[in-house]
Design a protein around this ligand. Structure first.
Ligand code: HAM
Length: 459
């Protein structure tokens, strides 16, 4: 009888030819979760190429508009995000106590850090300042399409400019970036509103002033929860059935005229209307009118907004909001600084990539490489490394393929990495001081003197 094939084979412990006991690697599985943390993302090189492409558009747009880049640490004091109005973001914090007993949070957004930094140098800074950043943010969100627990968010903010010139530049920059991605007004719309107008509505409905922030934060959840749930949350904020009915009536209106007329009927004055009309008129004159929609339902979930509010949305209405922002004239004062007018937006990387994917507009991005050096055997590796180094010192990008795989396979790999040329190091040619240079696109090969080649590698 054949002996029992007991033992390790292929990473598995076998008790007979047919019965594996456990796979070696499963040993580790039971100890360690090797999945990324739920809601976070791994960026493989192809994902990174896309991310860099997107960030490149954001950065170059910001530069065109004269914004300067800044950053802060992803760790902040938890209290920076605790707001009385019941902002959803406060409940979504990744927070903990550090070894020194400090309550810290991973930033869910950049605006409070920006306000903190401006406040620290309020006397020294020369306003208005125009700052931009692409922070990584964390929110413990219920995961749905377009909402993850980690995202990057392009921010542009103007601090110290009370005039709507700030809003105009910001919205124009946002739409410039959108067009640089190959999108137009048939793909996305910019929905505009004004918190002052919403305040006027709440005031006309006799909602007490100290309740309004809370009501606005709840109103922002309108698209995310059932009407019944929304009504019960608004009732918790003290709204009566009659007030709710009137509020819903306002929220169903699609033009500024309608809102104005209804407010006048109630005997109220419509704040923010002139500002909205001016803003939309000016943006229209700049050729951006086709992107714009007045939208009374745009509230924004963050309680610090005080004036213009806007959201960039997918025109098909299928995806979550792409970008959002507005004027927040009292955030600095709220943190203890002198009051300074401010306005800005955040534009996340998740939903825009989903939209480009849906529309078939994700660009095909290849790694770019000038040369790949392929030694024939181990003997040529050292010389290959020297040649690669000499090329790199001329500013060229060079991959050294020291895998010693068959030439056919090495050339296949060179094609995959989109190398322009391959430098083949064959023993006979090298002995004569020559290399073979292959132009990858045409497959043309030329034997050239090594010194001459290194003197002008692109000839
Ligand atoms: P926000 O509306 O909370 O505003 O976020 C802005 C954008 O960040 C969203 O429109 C979305 O693209 C992206 N975003 C937010 N949360 C997530 C998530 N969980 N997953 C994926 N993407 C997400 C702010 O954060 C404000 N601080 C923006 C601002 C800057 N206002 C003035 N200056």
């Amino acid at each position: 009888m054949a002996p029992l094939p007991l033992g390790w084979k292929g990473g598995t412990f076998w008790v007979s030819r047919f019965v594996p006991i456990f796979h070696f690697f499963s040993l580790f599985k039971s100890f360690m979760d090797t999945q990324p943390v739920k809601g976070t993302r791994d960026f493989y090189p192809e994902d990174m190429r896309l991310r860099n492409w997107l960030f490149g558009i954001w950065r170059s747009t910001a530069r065109t508009y004269g914004f300067e880049e800044f950053d802060a640490c992803v760790l902040e004091s938890e209290e920076l995000y605790i707001r009385k109005a019941g902002d959803e973001i406060t409940g979504q914090l990744y927070h903990f106590e550090d070894k020194g007993g400090r309550r810290l949070a991973l930033r869910p957004e950049l605006t409070p850090s920006l306000a903190r930094m401006v406040m620290a140098r309020q006397k020294a800074l020369s306003f208005p300042i125009k700052w931009t950043s692409i922070p990584q943010c964390f929110r413990y969100e219920r995961m749905t399409r377009g909402r993850k627990r980690e995202h990057y968010q392009w921010n542009m903010d103007v601090v110290g400019q009370p005039l709507n010139a700030a809003e105009i530049e910001l919205i124009s920059a946002l739409l410039t970036a959108i067009r640089a991605m190959g999108l137009d007004h048939s793909h996305v719309r910019l929905h505009l509103n004004d918190r002052r107008l919403l305040e006027s509505i709440l005031s006309s409905l006799n909602v007490p002033e100290d309740r309004r922030q809370g009501v606005l934060v709840v109103m922002d959840k309108r698209d995310k929860i059932s009407p019944e749930h929304l009504e019960s949350m608004l009732a918790e904020q003290g709204l009566t059935g009659v007030q709710l009915g009137h509020l819903n009536e306002f929220l169903g209106m699609t033009s500024l005229e309608q809102v104005k007329a209804r407010l006048a009927q109630n005997g109220g004055t419509a704040q923010g209307v002139k500002e909205l009309e001016d803003l939309m008129g000016l943006l229209g004159r700049m050729g951006l009118g086709t992107f714009l929609t007045f939208d009374i339902t745009v509230v924004r979930g963050l309680s610090y907004y005080t004036g213009t509010v806007f959201e960039l949305k997918d025109a098909r209405g299928q995806l979550r909001t792409l970008a959002g922002g507005g004027r927040y004239d009292s955030l600095l004062a709220h943190l203890g600084g002198d009051p300074v007018p401010a306005v800005g937006f955040g534009f996340g990387d998740v939903v825009i990539l989903e939209l480009l994917e849906d529309l078939g507009l994700v660009p095909k991005l290849n790694p770019a490489m000038d040369f790949v050096v392929i030694p024939f055997s181990e003997t040529e590796i050292h010389q290959g490394l020297e040649i690669a180094q000499a090329l790199r010192e001329q500013g060229l990008s060079v991959d050294m393929d020291a895998s010693l795989r068959r030439l056919k396979k090495a050339l296949q790999r060179a094609e995959e990495t989109h190398a322009q040329r391959a430098v083949l190091l064959m023993p006979d040619e090298l002995a004569k001081g020559e290399v073979v240079v292959r132009v990858m696109a045409t497959r043309e090969e030329q034997r050239v003197n090594l010194k001459k080649f290194l003197a002008s590698p692109r000839d």
